[in-house]
Design a protein around this ligand. Structure first.
Ligand SMILES: *Cc1c(COP(=O)(O)O)cnc(C)c1O
Length: 400
Protein backbone atom coordinates (compact mmCIF):
# COMPACT_ATOMS: atom_id res chain seq x y z
CA UNK A 1 0.00 0.00 0.00
CA UNK A 2 -0.95 2.62 -0.98
CA UNK A 3 -2.59 1.82 -4.31
CA UNK A 4 -1.50 5.05 -5.97
CA UNK A 5 1.97 3.52 -6.24
CA UNK A 6 0.69 1.72 -9.30
CA UNK A 7 -1.65 4.26 -10.93
CA UNK A 8 -1.29 3.78 -14.66
CA UNK A 9 -3.04 3.69 -18.01
CA UNK A 10 -5.94 1.69 -16.53
CA UNK A 11 -6.97 4.47 -14.13
CA UNK A 12 -6.53 7.08 -16.89
CA UNK A 13 -8.74 5.17 -19.28
CA UNK A 14 -11.53 4.77 -16.74
CA UNK A 15 -11.42 8.49 -15.89
CA UNK A 16 -11.49 9.48 -19.56
CA UNK A 17 -14.64 7.39 -20.06
CA UNK A 18 -16.31 9.70 -17.54
CA UNK A 19 -14.85 12.95 -18.86
CA UNK A 20 -15.93 11.98 -22.38
CA UNK A 21 -19.55 12.04 -21.23
CA UNK A 22 -19.20 15.04 -18.89
CA UNK A 23 -21.52 13.38 -16.37
CA UNK A 24 -19.90 13.33 -12.94
CA UNK A 25 -23.11 12.55 -11.03
CA UNK A 26 -23.88 8.91 -10.28
CA UNK A 27 -27.63 9.25 -10.95
CA UNK A 28 -29.68 10.70 -13.81
CA UNK A 29 -28.50 12.20 -17.13
CA UNK A 30 -29.59 9.07 -19.00
CA UNK A 31 -29.26 10.65 -22.45
CA UNK A 32 -25.81 12.22 -21.97
CA UNK A 33 -24.03 9.45 -20.12
CA UNK A 34 -23.92 6.93 -22.97
CA UNK A 35 -24.41 4.02 -20.63
CA UNK A 36 -21.48 4.97 -18.38
CA UNK A 37 -22.31 4.28 -14.71
CA UNK A 38 -18.94 3.95 -12.99
CA UNK A 39 -20.07 4.12 -9.35
CA UNK A 40 -22.85 1.61 -9.95
CA UNK A 41 -20.44 -0.70 -11.79
CA UNK A 42 -17.86 -0.31 -9.01
CA UNK A 43 -20.46 -1.27 -6.39
CA UNK A 44 -21.44 -4.38 -8.34
CA UNK A 45 -17.87 -5.45 -9.02
CA UNK A 46 -16.69 -4.81 -5.47
CA UNK A 47 -19.56 -6.83 -3.99
CA UNK A 48 -18.94 -9.65 -6.47
CA UNK A 49 -15.19 -9.62 -5.72
CA UNK A 50 -15.99 -10.02 -2.01
CA UNK A 51 -18.49 -12.77 -2.79
CA UNK A 52 -21.54 -10.94 -1.52
CA UNK A 53 -24.68 -9.39 -3.01
CA UNK A 54 -24.75 -5.63 -2.47
CA UNK A 55 -22.28 -2.76 -2.41
CA UNK A 56 -23.04 0.83 -1.47
CA UNK A 57 -20.40 3.39 -2.40
CA UNK A 58 -20.08 6.53 -0.26
CA UNK A 59 -17.69 9.46 0.15
CA UNK A 60 -15.34 7.96 2.75
CA UNK A 61 -14.68 5.03 5.04
CA UNK A 62 -15.82 7.14 7.99
CA UNK A 63 -19.13 7.81 6.26
CA UNK A 64 -19.41 4.12 5.37
CA UNK A 65 -19.40 3.35 9.11
CA UNK A 66 -21.97 6.05 9.80
CA UNK A 67 -24.32 5.05 6.98
CA UNK A 68 -24.10 1.37 7.96
CA UNK A 69 -24.91 2.14 11.60
CA UNK A 70 -27.70 4.52 10.61
CA UNK A 71 -29.24 1.78 8.47
CA UNK A 72 -28.96 -0.63 11.41
CA UNK A 73 -31.08 1.84 13.35
CA UNK A 74 -28.39 3.02 15.79
CA UNK A 75 -29.18 6.29 17.56
CA UNK A 76 -28.56 8.41 20.66
CA UNK A 77 -27.87 6.46 23.84
CA UNK A 78 -27.19 3.15 22.11
CA UNK A 79 -23.88 1.51 23.00
CA UNK A 80 -21.58 0.39 20.21
CA UNK A 81 -18.57 -1.76 21.08
CA UNK A 82 -15.32 -1.40 19.18
CA UNK A 83 -11.63 -1.90 19.99
CA UNK A 84 -9.22 0.57 21.60
CA UNK A 85 -6.68 0.10 18.81
CA UNK A 86 -8.22 1.53 15.64
CA UNK A 87 -8.27 4.72 13.62
CA UNK A 88 -10.22 7.58 15.25
CA UNK A 89 -12.81 7.35 12.45
CA UNK A 90 -14.41 4.23 13.96
CA UNK A 91 -15.56 5.99 17.13
CA UNK A 92 -16.07 9.38 15.46
CA UNK A 93 -18.82 7.74 13.41
CA UNK A 94 -20.38 6.26 16.56
CA UNK A 95 -20.35 9.63 18.35
CA UNK A 96 -21.71 11.36 15.25
CA UNK A 97 -24.89 9.30 15.60
CA UNK A 98 -25.16 10.23 19.28
CA UNK A 99 -24.32 6.65 20.22
CA UNK A 100 -21.77 5.72 22.88
CA UNK A 101 -18.45 4.07 21.97
CA UNK A 102 -17.40 1.28 24.36
CA UNK A 103 -13.82 0.05 23.94
CA UNK A 104 -12.40 -3.46 24.26
CA UNK A 105 -8.86 -4.70 24.64
CA UNK A 106 -6.98 -6.13 21.68
CA UNK A 107 -5.18 -9.48 21.87
CA UNK A 108 -2.18 -10.94 20.02
CA UNK A 109 -4.06 -10.51 16.72
CA UNK A 110 -3.87 -6.75 17.50
CA UNK A 111 -7.64 -6.82 17.03
CA UNK A 112 -10.70 -7.17 19.26
CA UNK A 113 -10.25 -9.56 22.18
CA UNK A 114 -13.40 -11.75 22.17
CA UNK A 115 -13.03 -12.46 25.90
CA UNK A 116 -13.13 -8.77 26.73
CA UNK A 117 -15.95 -8.22 24.22
CA UNK A 118 -18.16 -10.64 26.10
CA UNK A 119 -17.55 -8.67 29.33
CA UNK A 120 -18.50 -5.35 27.73
CA UNK A 121 -21.86 -6.35 26.28
CA UNK A 122 -24.77 -4.73 28.17
CA UNK A 123 -28.53 -4.45 27.67
CA UNK A 124 -27.83 -1.24 25.71
CA UNK A 125 -25.37 -2.75 23.20
CA UNK A 126 -26.80 -2.31 19.69
CA UNK A 127 -23.79 -3.03 17.48
CA UNK A 128 -20.30 -4.57 17.61
CA UNK A 129 -17.56 -3.16 15.36
CA UNK A 130 -14.44 -5.31 15.22
CA UNK A 131 -11.72 -3.66 13.12
CA UNK A 132 -9.42 -5.69 10.88
CA UNK A 133 -6.45 -3.47 11.69
CA UNK A 134 -3.24 -3.27 9.73
CA UNK A 135 -4.36 -5.56 6.94
CA UNK A 136 -5.19 -8.68 8.95
CA UNK A 137 -8.12 -10.56 10.45
CA UNK A 138 -9.86 -10.04 13.75
CA UNK A 139 -11.13 -13.29 15.33
CA UNK A 140 -14.28 -12.57 13.39
CA UNK A 141 -15.88 -16.01 13.60
CA UNK A 142 -15.67 -16.02 17.40
CA UNK A 143 -16.93 -12.44 17.55
CA UNK A 144 -19.89 -13.19 15.26
CA UNK A 145 -20.76 -16.25 17.38
CA UNK A 146 -20.80 -14.14 20.57
CA UNK A 147 -22.87 -11.44 18.86
CA UNK A 148 -25.39 -14.03 17.60
CA UNK A 149 -25.92 -15.34 21.12
CA UNK A 150 -26.83 -11.79 22.19
CA UNK A 151 -28.69 -10.99 18.95
CA UNK A 152 -26.49 -7.98 18.17
CA UNK A 153 -25.42 -7.09 14.60
CA UNK A 154 -21.71 -7.08 13.70
CA UNK A 155 -20.30 -4.38 11.45
CA UNK A 156 -16.76 -5.18 10.28
CA UNK A 157 -14.54 -2.12 9.86
CA UNK A 158 -12.49 -3.48 6.98
CA UNK A 159 -10.99 -0.09 6.01
CA UNK A 160 -7.44 -1.41 6.30
CA UNK A 161 -7.98 -4.93 4.98
CA UNK A 162 -9.58 -4.86 1.53
CA UNK A 163 -8.89 -8.19 -0.15
CA UNK A 164 -8.02 -10.02 3.07
CA UNK A 165 -9.78 -13.33 3.76
CA UNK A 166 -10.21 -16.28 6.12
CA UNK A 167 -10.12 -19.65 4.36
CA UNK A 168 -10.96 -17.85 1.13
CA UNK A 169 -13.94 -15.95 2.52
CA UNK A 170 -13.56 -12.18 2.36
CA UNK A 171 -13.39 -10.02 5.46
CA UNK A 172 -16.46 -7.81 5.54
CA UNK A 173 -18.78 -10.74 4.74
CA UNK A 174 -18.81 -12.44 8.16
CA UNK A 175 -20.91 -9.80 9.91
CA UNK A 176 -24.21 -8.19 8.95
CA UNK A 177 -22.20 -5.72 6.86
CA UNK A 178 -18.63 -4.62 6.26
CA UNK A 179 -17.18 -1.20 5.51
CA UNK A 180 -14.12 -0.19 3.47
CA UNK A 181 -12.09 2.97 2.91
CA UNK A 182 -10.39 4.03 -0.31
CA UNK A 183 -8.70 7.11 1.12
CA UNK A 184 -5.33 8.27 -0.16
CA UNK A 185 -3.22 5.80 1.85
CA UNK A 186 -5.33 2.64 1.74
CA UNK A 187 -4.41 -0.54 -0.12
CA UNK A 188 -6.68 0.37 -3.01
CA UNK A 189 -7.50 4.05 -3.31
CA UNK A 190 -9.91 6.43 -5.02
CA UNK A 191 -8.38 9.47 -3.27
CA UNK A 192 -11.40 9.68 -0.97
CA UNK A 193 -14.17 7.12 -0.89
CA UNK A 194 -15.75 4.24 0.94
CA UNK A 195 -17.97 1.19 0.45
CA UNK A 196 -20.37 -0.87 2.52
CA UNK A 197 -21.10 -4.48 1.58
CA UNK A 198 -23.94 -6.68 2.75
CA UNK A 199 -25.97 -9.71 1.74
CA UNK A 200 -29.13 -8.12 3.18
CA UNK A 201 -31.17 -6.44 0.44
CA UNK A 202 -33.39 -4.45 2.79
CA UNK A 203 -30.40 -3.11 4.72
CA UNK A 204 -28.70 -2.13 1.46
CA UNK A 205 -31.85 -0.34 0.30
CA UNK A 206 -31.96 1.66 3.52
CA UNK A 207 -28.28 2.62 3.14
CA UNK A 208 -28.79 3.57 -0.49
CA UNK A 209 -31.71 5.86 0.34
CA UNK A 210 -30.13 7.36 3.48
CA UNK A 211 -26.90 8.31 1.68
CA UNK A 212 -28.92 10.22 -0.95
CA UNK A 213 -31.27 12.50 1.05
CA UNK A 214 -33.78 9.69 1.51
CA UNK A 215 -34.69 9.34 -2.20
CA UNK A 216 -36.31 5.93 -2.45
CA UNK A 217 -34.48 4.81 -5.65
CA UNK A 218 -37.39 2.70 -6.82
CA UNK A 219 -35.27 2.13 -9.89
CA UNK A 220 -31.56 2.43 -9.12
CA UNK A 221 -30.20 4.38 -10.89
CA UNK A 222 -33.60 5.86 -11.57
CA UNK A 223 -35.19 9.06 -12.66
CA UNK A 224 -35.08 11.65 -9.93
CA UNK A 225 -37.84 13.91 -8.80
CA UNK A 226 -40.64 11.40 -8.85
CA UNK A 227 -39.45 9.31 -5.92
CA UNK A 228 -40.97 9.02 -2.52
CA UNK A 229 -39.09 9.28 0.78
CA UNK A 230 -39.43 6.90 3.71
CA UNK A 231 -37.16 8.87 6.04
CA UNK A 232 -34.75 11.80 6.21
CA UNK A 233 -31.24 11.27 4.90
CA UNK A 234 -28.10 13.13 3.98
CA UNK A 235 -25.70 13.49 1.04
CA UNK A 236 -22.84 11.01 1.07
CA UNK A 237 -22.78 10.24 -2.66
CA UNK A 238 -19.61 9.06 -4.38
CA UNK A 239 -18.87 10.77 -7.70
CA UNK A 240 -18.23 9.09 -11.03
CA UNK A 241 -14.49 9.92 -11.12
CA UNK A 242 -13.99 8.04 -7.86
CA UNK A 243 -15.99 5.08 -9.14
CA UNK A 244 -13.83 5.07 -12.28
CA UNK A 245 -10.57 4.94 -10.32
CA UNK A 246 -12.07 2.31 -8.03
CA UNK A 247 -12.77 -0.02 -10.97
CA UNK A 248 -9.16 0.19 -12.15
CA UNK A 249 -7.76 -0.27 -8.65
CA UNK A 250 -10.05 -3.19 -7.81
CA UNK A 251 -8.77 -5.04 -10.87
CA UNK A 252 -5.25 -4.73 -9.42
CA UNK A 253 -6.03 -5.51 -5.78
CA UNK A 254 -5.07 -9.19 -5.78
CA UNK A 255 -1.78 -8.47 -7.54
CA UNK A 256 -1.04 -5.67 -5.03
CA UNK A 257 -1.54 -8.18 -2.21
CA UNK A 258 0.68 -10.76 -3.92
CA UNK A 259 3.49 -8.20 -4.26
CA UNK A 260 3.13 -7.16 -0.60
CA UNK A 261 3.23 -10.79 0.50
CA UNK A 262 6.64 -11.34 -1.10
CA UNK A 263 8.13 -8.27 0.56
CA UNK A 264 6.53 -9.09 3.90
CA UNK A 265 7.93 -12.64 3.82
CA UNK A 266 11.45 -11.27 3.33
CA UNK A 267 11.00 -8.78 6.20
CA UNK A 268 9.66 -11.51 8.49
CA UNK A 269 12.53 -13.82 7.71
CA UNK A 270 15.05 -11.14 8.67
CA UNK A 271 13.10 -10.05 11.77
CA UNK A 272 12.82 -13.64 13.03
CA UNK A 273 16.47 -13.50 14.14
CA UNK A 274 15.61 -10.92 16.85
CA UNK A 275 15.63 -12.84 20.18
CA UNK A 276 12.23 -13.31 21.83
CA UNK A 277 10.38 -11.66 18.94
CA UNK A 278 6.86 -12.87 18.16
CA UNK A 279 4.96 -12.01 15.03
CA UNK A 280 1.45 -10.73 15.32
CA UNK A 281 -0.94 -13.70 15.42
CA UNK A 282 -2.73 -14.22 12.10
CA UNK A 283 -6.08 -16.05 12.02
CA UNK A 284 -5.24 -17.23 8.48
CA UNK A 285 -1.80 -16.40 7.15
CA UNK A 286 -2.77 -17.17 3.55
CA UNK A 287 -5.61 -14.66 3.78
CA UNK A 288 -3.47 -11.81 5.16
CA UNK A 289 -3.41 -8.76 2.87
CA UNK A 290 0.23 -8.24 3.96
CA UNK A 291 -0.34 -4.49 4.06
CA UNK A 292 1.66 -4.23 7.28
CA UNK A 293 4.33 -6.30 9.01
CA UNK A 294 3.97 -6.31 12.83
CA UNK A 295 6.23 -7.83 15.42
CA UNK A 296 5.94 -7.92 19.18
CA UNK A 297 9.00 -7.68 21.44
CA UNK A 298 9.34 -9.06 24.96
CA UNK A 299 9.42 -5.71 26.73
CA UNK A 300 9.06 -1.99 26.10
CA UNK A 301 12.74 -1.66 26.88
CA UNK A 302 13.71 -4.21 24.19
CA UNK A 303 11.30 -2.56 21.76
CA UNK A 304 12.99 0.84 22.19
CA UNK A 305 16.45 -0.73 21.93
CA UNK A 306 15.58 -2.61 18.73
CA UNK A 307 13.91 0.40 17.13
CA UNK A 308 16.91 2.58 17.94
CA UNK A 309 19.18 0.27 15.94
CA UNK A 310 16.61 0.07 13.14
CA UNK A 311 16.38 3.87 13.01
CA UNK A 312 20.18 4.24 12.97
CA UNK A 313 20.16 1.86 10.01
CA UNK A 314 17.48 3.84 8.14
CA UNK A 315 14.70 1.35 8.87
CA UNK A 316 12.90 2.78 11.89
CA UNK A 317 9.51 1.16 12.55
CA UNK A 318 6.23 2.64 13.82
CA UNK A 319 5.26 2.14 17.45
CA UNK A 320 1.54 2.85 17.68
CA UNK A 321 1.87 3.66 21.38
CA UNK A 322 3.58 6.86 20.24
CA UNK A 323 1.07 7.64 17.48
CA UNK A 324 -1.90 9.74 18.49
CA UNK A 325 -4.27 8.63 15.72
CA UNK A 326 -4.75 4.97 16.47
CA UNK A 327 -4.57 4.13 20.16
CA UNK A 328 -6.99 4.89 22.98
CA UNK A 329 -4.67 6.42 25.62
CA UNK A 330 -3.40 8.87 22.98
CA UNK A 331 -6.85 10.17 21.98
CA UNK A 332 -6.50 13.26 24.16
CA UNK A 333 -9.54 14.99 22.62
CA UNK A 334 -11.77 11.98 23.33
CA UNK A 335 -10.46 11.59 26.88
CA UNK A 336 -10.89 15.33 27.54
CA UNK A 337 -14.31 15.49 25.89
CA UNK A 338 -13.29 18.23 23.42
CA UNK A 339 -16.00 19.17 20.95
CA UNK A 340 -16.98 22.11 18.75
CA UNK A 341 -20.56 22.09 20.01
CA UNK A 342 -21.02 24.95 22.48
CA UNK A 343 -23.33 22.87 24.66
CA UNK A 344 -20.68 20.15 24.95
CA UNK A 345 -22.52 17.44 22.97
CA UNK A 346 -21.81 14.53 22.69
CA UNK A 347 -19.79 14.55 25.92
CA UNK A 348 -22.32 16.61 27.89
CA UNK A 349 -26.09 16.27 27.95
CA UNK A 350 -28.01 19.31 26.71
CA UNK A 351 -28.50 20.32 30.37
CA UNK A 352 -24.72 20.31 30.95
CA UNK A 353 -24.39 17.02 32.84
CA UNK A 354 -21.37 14.87 31.87
CA UNK A 355 -22.63 12.03 29.69
CA UNK A 356 -19.44 10.21 28.67
CA UNK A 357 -16.30 9.64 30.71
CA UNK A 358 -13.26 7.84 29.35
CA UNK A 359 -10.60 6.61 31.77
CA UNK A 360 -7.10 6.64 30.19
CA UNK A 361 -6.21 3.49 32.18
CA UNK A 362 -9.16 1.50 30.81
CA UNK A 363 -7.15 -0.89 28.60
CA UNK A 364 -4.01 -2.11 30.41
CA UNK A 365 -3.51 -5.28 28.32
CA UNK A 366 -3.63 -3.32 25.06
CA UNK A 367 -1.31 -0.66 26.48
CA UNK A 368 1.26 -3.33 27.36
CA UNK A 369 0.98 -5.03 23.97
CA UNK A 370 1.00 -1.90 21.82
CA UNK A 371 3.92 -0.39 23.74
CA UNK A 372 6.17 -3.25 22.60
CA UNK A 373 4.89 -3.75 19.06
CA UNK A 374 6.76 -2.48 16.00
CA UNK A 375 5.12 -2.03 12.62
CA UNK A 376 6.28 -1.54 9.04
CA UNK A 377 3.86 -0.52 6.31
CA UNK A 378 4.53 -2.81 3.33
CA UNK A 379 4.70 -0.98 0.00
CA UNK A 380 3.51 -2.57 -3.24
CA UNK A 381 6.76 -1.69 -4.94
CA UNK A 382 10.06 -1.92 -3.12
CA UNK A 383 13.45 -1.71 -4.81
CA UNK A 384 15.90 -4.55 -4.23
CA UNK A 385 18.32 -2.03 -2.63
CA UNK A 386 15.72 -0.86 -0.13
CA UNK A 387 14.75 -4.41 0.78
CA UNK A 388 18.40 -5.28 1.40
CA UNK A 389 18.75 -2.12 3.50
CA UNK A 390 15.76 -3.09 5.64
CA UNK A 391 16.66 -6.75 6.08
CA UNK A 392 20.25 -5.78 6.94
CA UNK A 393 18.92 -3.34 9.57
CA UNK A 394 16.73 -6.10 11.04
CA UNK A 395 19.69 -8.50 11.26
CA UNK A 396 21.69 -5.72 12.90
CA UNK A 397 18.88 -5.20 15.41
CA UNK A 398 19.02 -8.89 16.31
CA UNK A 399 22.36 -8.14 17.98
CA UNK A 400 20.97 -5.15 19.93
C1 LIG B 1 -8.99 4.85 7.14
C2 LIG B 1 -9.85 4.26 8.15
C3 LIG B 1 -11.19 4.64 8.32
C4 LIG B 1 -11.79 5.83 7.67
O1 LIG B 1 -11.67 5.94 6.33
P1 LIG B 1 -11.67 7.35 5.57
O2 LIG B 1 -11.95 6.94 4.17
O3 LIG B 1 -10.30 7.95 5.75
O4 LIG B 1 -12.74 8.18 6.14
C5 LIG B 1 -11.99 3.93 9.21
N1 LIG B 1 -11.49 2.93 9.94
C6 LIG B 1 -10.19 2.56 9.85
C7 LIG B 1 -9.71 1.41 10.67
C8 LIG B 1 -9.33 3.22 8.98
O5 LIG B 1 -8.05 2.86 8.91
Amino acid sequence: MPGFEIFGEEEKKEILDVLDTGVLFRYEFGAQRKGVYKVLEFEKQFAAYCGTSYGQAVTSGTVALKVAMAALGIGPGDEVITQGFTFVATWEAILDLGAIPVFTEVDATLNMDPVDLEKKITAKTRCIIPVHMLGAQARIQEIVAIAKRHDIPVLEDTAQAAGARINGRHLGTFGTCGTFSFDAVKTMTTGEGGMIITADEELWRTMSEYHDHGHDHVVNPGARGGEGRRFIGFNYRMMELQGAIGLAQLAKLDSMIEAQKKTKAALKEAAASIPGLKFRELVDEAGDSATFCCFILESREQCLRVNKVLTENKAGAINFGENSWHFYPRWEHLLAGSTVAQNGWPFLEPGGKRRLIYDPELLPASADLISRTLVYPVPIKMSEERLVEMTTALRQAAKA
